[in-house]
Design a protein around this ligand. Structure first.
Ligand code: HEM
Length: 135
């Protein structure tokens, strides 16, 4: 039988469980720090603009709405599909794998309020990224 605590956990969004905007910002900052410094993500880094500041602002906002939190990114980008927005980029298995690994590592290394939901989010994002490879 579900306890009251189980019911309370189920009622909260993944965004709330992970620790809200602060946790999303810690994860995405770690992700772009890794992308910007670790040689194993050099090809992924080269696809991005020299200045990562707009991405550091945009990705946590996207993830917040995607995880059931405030939908600012979606309201600011009506009708924009995150996957089709990537169609101009030559994403192959290698660069998609770099994105997936850097994100999994960033989530593992970041302080979050609920490790279980964070690991689940890491798996879903890694699958999503790998699914975006065109070759
Ligand atoms: C499959 C591997 C991926 C690659 C190689 C990739 C690459 C890129 C590149 C090159 C840009 C443009 C950035 C710039 O001009 O500096 C971009 C933008 C963006 N990407 Fe990705 N991406 C990948 C997967 C993902 C995934 C899985 C997500 C979200 C879960 C994501 C979220 C975003 C967002 C939110 C933006 C900025 C959109 C905006 O606000 O205009 N990307 N990506």
């Amino acid at each position: 039988m579900a306890t009251q605590a189980d019911t309370a956990t189920a009622a909260r969004s993944p965004f709330e469980r992970i620790g809200g905007h602060d946790a999303m910002r810690r994860i995405t900052d770690r992700f772009y720090d890794l992308m910007d410094s670790a040689p194993e993500y050099a090809e992924l880094r080269a696809m991005h603009a020299p200045d990562l500041a707009p991405m550091r602002a945009s990705l946590p906002s996207f993830l917040a709405g995607w995880a059931g939190g405030p939908r600012d990114w979606f309201n600011a980008n009506p009708g924009k599909c995150m996957v089709s927005m990537h169609s101009p980029f030559a994403i192959d298995r290698n660069t998609a794998g770099q994105w997936a690994e850097a994100m999994q590592r960033a989530i593992k290394e970041s302080d979050v309020a609920d490790r279980e939901i964070a690991d689940a989010m890491a798996d879903v994002l890694a699958n999503m990224a790998r699914g975006m490879a065109k070759g």
